[in-house]
Design a protein around this ligand. Structure first.
Ligand SMILES: [Zn+2]
Ligand SMILES: [Zn+2]
Length: 131
C-alpha cells in the first residue's frame, strides 16, 4: 500500500495486514507529543526518494527514519522489521488499531478509548526478542 511524507519527497510501498499499534514510549512521545501509530510491514518497504531520508539511531536496537525536508516520521527500523507511520497512508485505508505498546510509559494527560490489548515495555520487548 502506498504511503508518502507530507512534502511527497519520500514515497513508500508497504505490505501490511492493516493492523495498527499505538506506541506510548517516551521516545515516540518526545518526537510527536503523543502516542505514535504505526503498521508493521510484512516485508521491507519499497522506497522512492531514499536520498531524502535521514536516520537517527534512537536506541541500540532501533533506528528512526524521517524526511529531511518536511520532518515527517517515516518508520522505525529494528533489524529487518519496519514499523511504518500509519499517518503516511491515504485516508480510507482500512486500518484498525490492534494493540497498544509501552502502556506503562504512557503520559498521564491522555488515554485512548479503543479497547485493545495493552503490552508493557517488558512484554513488548520480549515479544520481539529484543531483551
Ligand atoms: Zn517530506
Ligand atoms: Zn515508541
Amino acid at each position: 500500500m502506498k504511503a508518502q511524507c507530507l512534502c511527497g519527497a519520500v514515497k513508500l510501498d508497504v505490505q501490511h495486514n492493516n493492523h495498527v499499534h499505538a506506541c506510548h514510549c517516551g521516545k515516540c512521545r518526545t518526537r510527536s507529543g503523543g502516542a505514535a501509530f504505526a503498521v508493521t510491514a510484512s516485508a521491507p518497504p519499497q522506497i522512492e526518494g531514499e536520498e531524502h531520508i535521514r536516520r537517527y539511531r534512537s536506541s541500540e536496537w532501533a533506528e528512526r527514519a524521517f524526511c529531511q525536508h518536511c520532518g515527517s516520521d517515516l518508520f522505525v527500523q529494528v533489524g529487518n522489521d519496519y514499523y511504518v507511520n500509519a499517518g503516511l497512508f491515504a485516508d480510507g485505508e482500512d486500518l484498525v488499531l490492534g494493540a497498544q505498546i509501552f502502556i506503562d510509559c504512557k503520559a498521564p494527560y491522555y488515554d485512548l478509548a479503543n479497547d485493545t490489548p495493552k503490552l508493557t515495555e517488558q512484554e513488548f520487548l520480549a515479544s520481539i526478542g529484543a531483551e
